[in-house]
Design a protein around this ligand. Structure first.
Ligand code: TMP
Ligand code: ASP
Length: 254
């Protein structure tokens, strides 16, 4: 099992060679990091929760015609995905001011933005993922103008879907990050949503109490991260409260 080839290891996930060409296995680690790994802990059960929540979101995106790399979940910590060429950008969509936007522009957290705002960050840990403009993206060849259009259209569709999904379970989607990749199918190439969408990559606030149900719980030491993620999973109806986050005996691999 561990002899399979490791393709890539990031802060939160590992990619292994998949069972057939053009596929990969995405493994969710329990590592929680923030501020580019200046803060780092192992949080028991986080990987299992993110695997399940991301599976749920990507399955629905696929179903409504928003293309993603997700094929199926393989077990508690792994999913089968399509291999893509990752575009080295973090694409952030914001509906409400928070985090780095509030800090940079002095806008109070919780202020509803006049419209959804899309930002690009260049994926480069050594540089702390700096914000970049479309000019940088095209000048340095990270994506073409047409690809930027496709990425922005995908980001808006994902935002519309996620906003409604979470609102239905009493959660306000403040902002989130996606990554996109190029999927090559014969002569054709298209841009699809890759990576993960989970409470690690979103800001999720309870609509009535504004309680944070996302990675800010960890970044800002606000409480128990696993309990917050479990609450998101419970509200989405994807994990029952008594389900163990660790296998307790022989595990049925679905
Ligand atoms: P920010 O306010 O820190 O720029 O974050 C905006 C959104 O992007 C927030 O939902 C968290 C997410 N995000 C990531 O998923 N990965 C990252 O490395 C960063 C900085 C933010
Ligand atoms: N994911 C980034 C890190 O590991 C930053 C963050 O999410 O705050 O440092």
């Amino acid at each position: 099992m561990n002899r399979r080839r490791r393709i890539y290891e990031g802060k939160g996930k590992i990619l292994y060679e998949g069972p057939e060409p053009g596929t990969l296995i995405q493994f969710f680690k329990d590592d929680a990091t923030a501020f580019n790994k200046k803060k780092h802990d192992v949080v028991d059960g986080k990987g299992v929760l993110n695997n399940r929540i991301s599976e749920y979101i990507f399955t629905h995106l696929n179903r409504i015609g928003i293309p993603t790399h997700f094929i199926r979940r393989v077990n508690m910590r792994e999913q089968l995905i399509k291999e893509v060429e990752i575009i080295p950008l973090e694409v952030v969509v914001r509906n409400v001011a928070a985090g780095s936007l509030s800090k940079r522009l002095g806008i109070e957290e919780g202020t509803v933005l006049p419209r959804s705002i899309i930002e690009f960050y260049y994926k480069a840990d050594a540089l702390d993922d700096p914000m970049v403009s479309e000019e940088h993206v095209t000048a340095f060849g990270w994506a073409s103008p047409q690809e930027i259009d496709d990425i922005m259209a995908l980001a808006i569709r994902v935002n519309d879907f996620l906003t409604g999904l979470f609102l239905g379970v009493g959660i306000q989607l403040i902002d989130f990050k996606i990554e996109c990749g190029r999927l090559f199918e014969g002569e054709m190439m298209r841009i699809i949503v890759a990576d993960e969408i989970s409470p690690d990559s979103c800001r999720l606030w309870d609509t009535t109490t504004n309680e944070k149900l996302d990675k800010d719980v960890y970044r800002r030491d606000l409480g128990n991260l696993v309990e917050a993620y479990q609450e998101v999973a419970r509200r989405l109806g994807i994990m029952n409260e008594n389900e163990p986050l660790r296998p307790t005996g022989p595990v049925l691999v679905k």
